[in-house]
Design a protein around this ligand. Structure first.
Ligand SMILES: *[C@@H]1O[C@H](CO)[C@@H](O)[C@H](O)[C@H]1NC(C)=O
Ligand SMILES: *[C@@H]1O[C@H](CO)[C@@H](O)[C@H](O)[C@H]1NC(C)=O
Length: 281
């Protein structure tokens, strides 16, 4: 043939002599009878035929039919639903363009060993997780192949979960005028958002920290933080954290200062009165 070897996909070549098939390359079936045994070679990259140890019966009209192989392309792996949530069912569907003969799944570069939680169906087209877990996180690869070519696509699965284990950290006691810092954390994918409550009333939203530069007596109370995951749409709260602010308020201090001043003034006034009495009277 005049084909130049270009590697896969190689063509299907069928060689015919006087209306009977000698060889078909794609099937590798040598339905050519014992008379060709050991003296026929077909070169898959060009479709050329080699005949050795020629016999008189090799005379005749030869023809060849070459069908180009169809390459697989456009392999994709699509999740359903788009954002997997822990505890729900997820399908990964492997699609490709072209005559797909086989599909094979890998996880993190090793052959996929389906767990109890997984089902492969429709000739490996769909990988179903009955109840997906964060342990199923990883890179999934679907390899598609036929005898001419192979293709593949990957999907990195990130299972969304939480928030869980919401924790509020900070002091339970603080002095007036001190700086107060409370922090909130949670296990969550994606990261949780936090809101803060004092005695059940929201005091701050969208922050993992609650900071007061100078606390007042009125900052005493029962604090809690609430975590929210915008994908799982779940909310979870910390346990209640009691805060007591101790010490004197600015008003009390001013009162004491005035009281002292009055006492001093009274004493001074009293002294002057006795002084006057002694020397005038
Ligand atoms: C997964 O695919 C099956 C059919 O293969 C379908 O019945 C099921 O509803 C799909 N589940 C999801 C979560 O898309
Ligand atoms: C969810 O929140 C993350 C940040 O925490 C943000 O990047 C993402 O766009 C949000 N997604 C939706 C669907 O609101």
């Amino acid at each position: 043939t005049t084909l130049t070897p270009t590697g896969p996909p190689f063509p299907t070549a069928t060689w015919i002599l006087n209306d009977s098939i000698i060889i078909i390359s794609s099937t590798n079936i040598n339905d050519n009878g014992p008379e060709y045994e050991g003296r026929v070679t077909l070169f898959p990259s060009t479709g050329s035929l080699e005949l050795r140890n020629l016999v008189l019966d090799d005379s005749g009209a030869y023809s060849v039919t070459i069908v180009p192989g169809e390459k697989i392309s456009g392999t994709s792996v699509k999740p359903s639903p788009n954002l997997p949530v822990e505890g729900t069912s997820v399908n990964l569907t492997c699609e490709a363009v072209g005559p797909v003969f086989t599909r094979k799944w890998m996880k993190n570069n090793s052959d996929l060993t389906p767990t109890d939680n997984m089902i492969l169906s429709d000739n490996n087209r769909v990988l179903t997780f009955n109840s997906v877990n964060r342990k199923d996180n990883g890179e999934y690869f679907c390899q598609t192949s036929n005898s001419f070519s192979s293709d593949g696509a990957k999907y990195i699965m990130i299972v969304n979960y939480g928030p869980e284990k919401v924790q509020l950290n900070g002091p339970n006691k603080t002095n007036i005028k001190d700086t107060l810092k409370l922090t909130c954390s949670a296990e969550s994918t994606p990261s949780a958002r936090f809101r803060w409550l004092r005695n059940g009333i929201e005091i701050l939203s969208n922050s993992a920290e609650y900071v007061r530069e100078e606390v007042e007596l009125s900052d005493s109370g029962n604090y809690s933080c609430q975590a929210w995951n915008n994908i799982t749409e779940r909310t979870s709260s910390s346990v209640v954290h009691e805060l007591t602010v101790t010490g004197l308020s600015a008003g009390a201090i001013a009162g004491i200062v005035i009281a002292c001043f009055v006492l001093v003034a009274a004493a001074a006034g009293g002294g002057y009165f006795f002084y006057k009495k002694k020397y005038v009277g």
